[in-house]
Design a protein around this ligand. Structure first.
Ligand code: PLP
Length: 429
């Protein structure tokens, strides 16, 4: 095989055109809304318009039906949805919420918004999701909830986590931003197993509306509370006769009619778009399986993976080449490659315990009675995967046609044929 692009050879891949799930149906739907001049249907008073316009309500009905849940509450982002969900469960300032270090920052910062405290538990090797044993080990008298992310497109061990939560009287919120359409055991959709699930419709995802999010729940009270938090709840609680005023400072988390109209069309395409990502991933896995030192994605029995990212676990002791060198070589070939993912507990906000103001609030200031640690070493699996073993390919960044996937496979094969060159260039480590 030809010389490595990293060492001056030709690239294995051309520039990959960006993944684009938006088609003429979405264009038409958006146009129809724009032509009405009514780009939002929300009213901030006690009125049917409190629940949004025609398209918002239609998207919610169809989303709830598709996912088989009682309620879908649309919002303007997954981040807003996580905030609404955490407010809805009645979190108190100083409560602890267990969360993964291996997730996007909003899963943890949405907890801080309610002056509650993120506690990071470790993840498991195979799906990179929260490890139930580590969750249990991190429960304290202050724990109030678990924020579980279905990271990268595969379900966390949800039944086991729900069981822990029930035993300890905790609420569970599922951050399903990266896993729309993924199945968990028993044919249940990811996002629908916990007390509340939250999806993202931002433009990096399988389906999108530019920005947006949807919360789902089977609990009538939680749905109502999320609707109130979404649209300045304080303005209507009196007229609506709401007596439980906890966390009823409302926000503006409203989705516009344009986004909702696009979302209705996108939802119709979800299964097909996901199937394409899965086919592309399976095609790549078949080619990568023979390469020593690489573990292709694990899919748990009775689950499906939707591959927001295509995850690989790399063992440098087998190849003799460190991960960064492999990632540099893949990038040089044109493969959209990431080294590691995230270790949120090590970010400056947590290391300095500084979120609001300069004095350590909400960790200090008298609300919090626990003693959470964010020291390096508290999440050894997440840290090792991030520091040395994990390689992720951005699977929602490009279409993933057969030809593109074959070219990616060729890039890997070329690099694996030239490991000697990389070892030398690496000084043999
Ligand atoms: C796991 C996870 N949580 C939350 C978010 C935030 O989503 P949004 O951009 O819709 O607020 C993302 C977005 O990338 C995500 O991947």
């Amino acid at each position: 095989l030809s010389e490595l692009a990293l060492l001056g050879g030709e690239k294995a891949l051309p520039e990959l055109p960006r993944y684009n799930p938006i088609g003429p149906e979405e264009v038409e739907a958006a146009k129809r809304v724009v032509e009405t001049g009514l780009l939002s249907g929300y009213l901030g008073v006690w009125d049917p318009g409190f629940y949004g316009g025609e398209n918002v309500q239609k998207l919610e009905r169809e989303w709830a039906q598709f996912f088989g849940v009682a309620h879908a509450v649309s919002v303007n982002s997954n981040t807003s949805g996580l905030m609404a969900a955490l407010g809805a469960i009645g979190l108190e300032p100083g409560d602890e919420v267990i969360v993964s270090p291996w997730t996007m920052c909003a899963s943890a910062t949405s907890i801080l918004v309610w002056n509650a405290i993120p506690v990071f538990a470790d993840i498991e090797e195979e799906t990179f999701n929260l490890d139930p044993e580590s969750i249990e080990a991190n429960i304290t008298p202050h724990t109030r909830a678990i924020m579980v992310t279905d990271i990268i497109g595969h379900a966390a061990d949800l039944d086991v986590i729900m069981d822990i939560a029930r035993r300890h009287r905790l609420k569970v919120i599922e951050d399903a931003a990266q896993a729309p359409g993924a199945l968990y055991t028993g044919g249940r959709y990811v996002g629908t197993v916990a007390d509340i699930g939250v999806f993202s419709l931002n433009y990096h995802k399988h389906i999108h509306t530019g920005e947006g999010g949807i919360c789902v729940t089977n609990d009538d009270t939680l749905a109502e509370r999320m609707q109130l938090i979404r649209n300045h709840g304080e303005a209507v609680v009196e007229a609506k006769g709401v007596e439980d005023l906890t966390n009823m400072i409302g926000f503006n988390f409203r989705m516009t009619e344009i986004e909702a109209a696009i979302g209705i069309e996108q939802l119709k395409k979800l299964e097909d778009l996901v199937a394409r990502k899965v086919d592309a991933a399976d095609r790549l896995s078949r080619r990568l399986e023979p390469l020593p030192g690489l573990r292709t994605p694990v899919v748990k029995p009775d689950c499906t993976h939707v591959y927001y990212t295509y995850p690989l676990v790399y063992d440098a002791s087998v190849t003799g080449v460190n991960r960064q060198r492999i990632v540099d070589a893949l990038r040089a070939e044109g493969v959209p490659t990431g080294a590691g993912y995230l270790n949120l507990h090590l970010q400056p906000m947590f290391q300095k315990k500084q979120a609001y103001g300069r004095n350590g609030f909400p960790w200090s200031g008298g609300l919090y009675e626990g003693n959470v640690s964010y020291a390096k070493g508290i999440c050894p699996v997440a840290e090792r995967l991030h520091d040395s073993d994990f390689i992720g390919l951005g699977w929602c960044l490009f279409e993933g046609t057969g030809r593109e996937v074959d070219a990616i496979a060729e890039a890997f094969e070329k690099i694996w044929c030239h490991l000697d060159d990389l070892q030398e260039a690496d000084g043999g480590n």
